[in-house]
Every structure is written in C-alpha cells, then in structure tokens.
Design a protein around this ligand. Sequence first.
Ligand SMILES: O=C(O)CCC(=O)C(=O)O
Ligand SMILES: [Fe+2]
Length: 224
Amino acid sequence: MTEALFGPEPVTVAPGAVHVPGWLDADRRRDLVRRCREWARGPAGMRRHRMPRGGMMSVEMVSLGLHWRPYAYSATLPGGEPVKPFPPLLGELARADVAAAYGASPPEDAPPYDVALVNFYAAGATMGMHQDRDELADAPVVSLSLGDACVFRFGTPHSRGRPYTDVELRSGDLFVFGGPSRLAYHGVPRTRPGTGDPACGLASGRLNITVRATGLTGAAGPGR
Ligand SMILES: O=C(O)CCC(=O)C(=O)O
Ligand SMILES: [Fe+2]
C-alpha cells in the first residue's frame, strides 16, 4: 500500500471536493466511535426524521450545536429540550481536516464550525441524493466515516442525477466538499455490511460525522 509508505494522499473528486482515504489513525477512530456512542445516548439522542413527504429516513441521527431536521436548524429540540453542545474538539478537527484535504488551513476569519451531524447507518440504511444547503456560511463541509464502508455518490450542484462519481468511503476516510462543490448533490446509495473496522469499537454499521459552519449561531441565529 502506498498509503502505508507515504501516508494519506488526497484525491480530488470534483473541484473543491477531496477524498483523503485512511486519514484518521486507529486511536482517533476509536476515540470518535466512543464519543459518537455518548452523543447517541438520550436524552437528545439519535432519532430518525420524517421527511416532508411523509417517509421516514432510514439513517438515525443526532446533531450537536444546533438541532437539524429536514430542512432547517433550530436552537432546541422539538420538545424544547436543549441540544447537545458542539464539542470544541470537532471544530479543531474540522480545521485540520480542511488543511489535510486542501493543503492550506482555512483563513483565520473563516466562519467557525459550530454544528455536527452524526449519522448511523444500520445494515440497509441509505441516504438519498441531497444538497447540504441549510447553512448560511459557505465553509466546506467536513465528513468523517467510521465502521462499514459505503458508496458515497458525489454529483454536481445542478442536479441529483448524472454526472456523478461513486467513491468508496471506508473507516477512517475524510471527505471535504467546499468551493464550487459546496452545494453539490450527494448521497449514500448503499453501505457494505461486514466490511467495517471492529477494532475501532463498532461491531457493525456505519457512522458518519459531518462538521459544518452554519453561520447561524451568532447574535441573530437560532443558536442564540
Ligand atoms: O453519510 C455520509 O457519508 C453523508 C452524510 C450526509 O450527506 C449528510 O449528513 O448530510
Ligand atoms: Fe449531506
């Protein structure tokens, strides 16, 4: 493996969209899985959202910093309970992730990372093609994958259909999408049960963490 010899090499999938295979080392993977388990616990734990047309999402998710539901952020959960705080560690990690993907740190005055969505894919769970467009800030979205591998479908900002690239995301991989790809359609048409990484502490299923800058937690936003 050249990765073992040279370390993780970024692969540009589309302008501003970079895949860094094998980015998280084993200690970081284990630590993130342990943290995800804490974040997943109730109260304010993982839930499946109903889509506007009535169907349920197959992915379970919890958000940190602000509550996300299709398709908006709010400062509290629907029952008024507080949202789990955004962990500073994820903000620091996201900045390091952007630097690893783009070869340059985000500018000092970049909008701060303030929200993370933690998704759990049990066997059979999928995510349809969508844009991440509920954020006001244009900072790149940072995505970290743990556990089972998946097919991550990455398209263009223009349509949920072709052209797109299918990227295999494995445990420890980083994917960053910003710039001209910030609003690209993307989704997870399948995971690959049994291809995971039991040493990271996840016996089955796939975890994905996306870290985002919403531009909403300043004075005027719902995070106030
Ligand atoms: O699970 C993934 O890799 C993608 C997740 C995603 O697109 C999202 O949470 O908006
Ligand atoms: Fe997304």
